[in-house]
Design a binder for this molecule. Structure first.
Ligand code: ITT
Length: 195
């Protein structure tokens, strides 16, 4: 099956491609389209943004579409950056800018109060227009310094509970065993009765 994953994020695409390859799914990203539509992620919820991306791409291409909206909620910050995780340090913020801003905001926060969770919401729309929705969460804590060279986004500063390695120090395969994205995708596959 050919699937359009409505993302420009190369890290997300690599993870989802690895998860779906064993099922024989051929996954394209937005960068594989000639004229991808401009989508403003201005909804107030992860689900709202994921639906917006999925519907826009389904409308533009008629393909089966999967969209993912993810964010990091930090307890000591009352859940921020949450839905604003991508532009936390400003409109054109890089991953390094966002991580630096978060570490700065938590500079005086002790280890016990650095709890955080990734939340991933996915929307799948099949070629007939039928929608499926699922979400996944990964809890852990924010370290005081980045560790690791793999992954993307907030991975270098996030230590999942029960792990000794940050998400950046894990291989894609290892991250895919425990991640918020893997849990959300498992929910979608189960809604589609794919084993
Ligand atoms: P698309 O909208 O094109 O999918 P994006 O990077 O804007 O790409 P999100 O809005 O879902 O995707 O991501 C919000 C932020 O959270 C952004 O800074 C990501 O780098 C980060 N993020 C998402 N998933 C992550 C993960 O698994 N590990 C670490 N950071 C992640």
């Amino acid at each position: 099956m050919k699937l359009l994953f409505a993302t420009s994020n190369a890290g997300k695409l690599a993870e989802v491609r690895k998860m779906l390859a064993p099922l024989g799914w051929d996954v394209m990203g937005l960068k594989d389209l000639e004229n991808p539509p401009e989508i403003v992620e201005d909804a107030e919820t992860f689900l709202g943004n994921a639906r917006k991306k999925a519907l826009a791409l389904r409308e533009a291409t008629g393909l089966a579409v999967l969209a993912d909206d993810t964010g990091l909620s930090v307890e000591a910050l009352g859940g921020r950056p949450g839905v604003r995780s991508a532009r936390y340090a400003g409109e054109n913020a890089t991953d390094a800018d966002n991580n630096a801003k978060l570490l700065g905001e938590l500079a005086t926060v002790s280890d016990e109060k650095r709890g955080a969770a990734f939340e991933c919401w996915m929307v799948f729309i099949d070629p007939s227009g039928k929608e499926s929705v699922a979400s996944g969460k990964l809890s852990g804590r924010i370290l005081k310094e980045p560790r690791g060279a793999g992954g993307f986004g907030y991975d270098p500063i996030f230590l999942p509970y029960g792990e000794e390695k940050t998400l950046s120090e894990l291989s894609i395969e290892e991250k895919n065993l425990i991640s918020h994205r893997k849990k959300a995708l498992a929910g979608i596959l189960s809604a589609l009765s794919v084993k």
